[in-house]
Design a protein around this ligand. Structure first.
Ligand code: FAD
Length: 387
């Protein structure tokens, strides 16, 4: 008799409210029915199935934790479970939704004027517009303060110059939230919305072996017209958005880990080695037990931090701990699953290696594993080791 990881071992359902399980189950059903059959092909082609965007909007996953403007207004836990289910499908799917909601929509919601919010948020929630969040530059990744992009006032608008690198959604985006140093304000970093048009050029990043179904681009800004988000000010505005997105990532990666765990469990039940099912072997069971421990630890950390977030008590250091722990745990689970499937583990239709490849990007973006270690280390010691 097999026991279910969530139902039996963790008694997970007993920890969730009905609206939280309902949000999760709706997205899980959609991913199984609509996305899972498409992902292998999307991954091979290196292109997101864009015709699914209206269905994602219908599901309410764009800006799901925001209030008003047609957003679902979910609790942090419900939102996290939604991210988990999206990433069970593929990290590219979760990335599209994280960028759209936690980065772009959050920036406009938090820092935009009432007119800007009315203009862009409903269309972003409905998937009629797709956004990207442009902070990183080719020479400013972990240290975004080193950015070189500038904005100069020109009447009611600003003119932006510079380049942004590694920007998720950029090739399909209608607008970009761009961070740049304002020349007239002693180089203070502020956020601007730049709509696709003259002065904004996007070049797709080719040759990615990870997050292949996620469109990534480099952006060139040459006298691009930007609208200042008036509430933004300093790099802390960018970090505030990243803190939102990192929470979603920390929840999301556990979905990828669960998919890998289930693939390994299923494989073990059917594959015969030396005359007996692989799952009957002690080494295989030890690996499964270690994977299960990682997954339930990640889930409990997510639930705890999610509840703290809903109470307005979550701190950026906790988010660093959460992102770092859960991504590293998911990466180990995916790597173990890959090995447990033997040769079959390298075939894309068996998905474990696709998850493993994806998690390499997730390990790096939104603050690398190292950067989050330094953030936690600084909090523990009171000494910054960043620079
Ligand atoms: P670097 O900062 O150059 O780091 C290189 C190595 O040095 C890493 O191992 C790092 O951990 C380590 N390191 C850095 N600082 C220290 C230190 N002080 N001490 C010790 N070690 C250190 N950015 C956006 O703005 N928007 C996006 O939508 C976006 N999407 C992305 C999508 C993908 C697929 C990828 C791969 C990246 C994306 N990024 C995006 C960029 C991402 O956030 C950066 O890659 C990340 O911040 C790391 O920067 P870097 O690649 O320049 O590495």
């Amino acid at each position: 008799q097999q026991q279910d990881l969530e139902q039996d071992i963790l008694a997970w359902e007993s920890l969730l409210a009905p609206e939280e399980t309902a949000a999760r189950d709706a997205v899980r059903a959609w991913v199984d029915a609509r996305f899972a059959p498409r992902i292998t092909e999307a991954h091979r082609r290196g292109a997101f199935p864009r015709d699914l965007i209206p269905e994602l909007a219908e599901l309410g996953v764009f800006g799901a934790s925001l209030q008003g403007y047609g957003c679902a207004g979910m609790s942090s836990v419900a939102y996290g479970l939604v991210m988990q289910e999206l990433e069970r499908g593929d990290s590219a799917l979760r990335s599209l939704c994280s960028v759209q909601g936690s980065l772009v929509m959050h920036a406009i919601h938090a820092f935009g004027s009432p007119e800007q919010r009315e203009r862009w948020l409903p269309a972003l929630a409905q998937g009629k517009l797709i956004g990207c969040f442009a902070l990183t530059e080719s020479s400013a990744g972990s240290d975004p303060a080193a950015m070189a992009a500038t904005a100069r006032r020109d009447g009611d608008a600003y003119m932006l110059e510079g380049e942004k690198a590694w920007i998720t959604n950029a090739p399909i985006a209608d607008l970009a939230v761009v961070f740049a140093k304002v020349a007239d304000e002693d180089g203070r970093v502020r956020a601007f919305v730049v709509e696709r048009g003259p002065g904004l050029e996007v070049h797709s990043v080719e040759g990615k072996l990870s997050l292949r179904a996620s469109p990534t681009g480099n952006i060139l800004l040459a006298a691009a017209r930007g609208a200042l988000l008036p509430g933004s000010g300093g790099l802390k505005s960018a970090l505030q958005c990243l803190t939102q997105a990192r929470e979603g990532i920390a929840w999301g990666v556990t979905g990828a880990a669960m998919d890998c765990f289930e693939a390994a469990l299923d494989y073990g039940a059917h594959r015969q080695v030396f005359g007996r099912p692989l799952a009957s072997r002690q080494l295989f069971q030890e690996r499964l037990a270690t994977m299960a421990q990682s997954i339930v630890t990640s889930q409990l950390m997510s639930l705890h931090f999610g509840r703290l977030k809903d109470q307005g008590r979550l701190t950026p250091v906790q988010v660093s701990l959460h992102k770092r722990h859960n991504v590293a745990a998911a990466r180990r689970v995916a790597s173990d699953a890959r090995a447990m499937l033997g040769a079959n583990g390298i075939i894309d239709t068996n998905k474990v290696m696709r998850h493993l490849m994806n998690l390499e990007s997730v390990y790096t973006y939104e603050g690398t594993d190292d950067v989050h270690a330094l953030a936690v280390g600084r909090a523990l010691t009171g000494i910054s080791a960043f620079s």
